[in-house]
Ligand binder design. Structure first.
Ligand code: S3P
Length: 181
């Protein structure tokens, strides 16, 4: 008999697409545990993400990110929110798809810029022209998001509540339909 698919929901997507806030609300609505890979990196390393980038550089952060994702593949009934760059590595994409139903949250560039401008915690955007960096990263990462995700939800025009409803509808459709469930 085939092993049932793990009942996790994995959220991938660009910074500011709403992964953490929508993921937390969806987990509550589903009665699932909420797990945030960035939060786990901070807890396990004892450092803020900006400190890891500043002290050790992006590659060390990516290693920590992969290690955290690897440690989550056994989870069940969890909503796992990932950092915006988690999809860059093929090994991460593979593990995330193995962990569950992967939903990519998207938003258009204007909305992303508006949302990320509200906080200064993202090291990749602490530069002279964050808008240009967002533009470049959106283009260079598009294929990786597409390769990682089973489905995509554009949150540009959705309130958080509406986005949660759309997400839960997609999850229900997936798990009811999934023949290995
Ligand atoms: C990153 C996104 C961040 C965090 C780190 C790197 C990225 O997470 O993992 O700053 O490469 O896009 P959020 O998407 O939650 O902001």
């Amino acid at each position: 008999m085939e092993t049932p698919a793990p009942e996790n929901v994995v959220l991938v997507g660009f910074m500011g697409s709403g992964k953490s806030s929508i993921g937390r609300l969806a987990a509550k609505a589903l009665g699932y545990q909420f797990v945030d890979t960035d939060q786990l990196i901070v807890e396990r390393s004892g450092r803020q993400i900006s400190e890891i980038f500043a002290e050790d550089g992006e590659e060390v952060f990516r290693e920590l990110e992969t290690a955290v994702i690897r440690s989550l593949v056994h989870l069940n009934r969890s909503v796992i929110s990932t950092g915006g760059g988690a999809v860059i590595r093929a090994v991460n994409r593979e593990m995330l798809r193995h962990a569950g139903f992967v939903v990519c949250l998207t938003a258009n560039e204007d909305v992303i810029f508006e949302r990320v401008s509200r906080n200064t915690k993202r090291p990749l955007l602490q530069c002279d022209n964050p808008r240009a960096v967002i533009s470049q990263l959106l283009v260079s990462r598009r294929e990786a998001y597409e390769a990682a995700a089973h489905c995509t939800i554009d949150t540009s025009l959705l309130s958080q509540g509406d986005a949660v409803e759309v997400l839960i509808a997609a999850i229900s459709a997936h798990f009811e339909w999934n023949p290995s469930n």
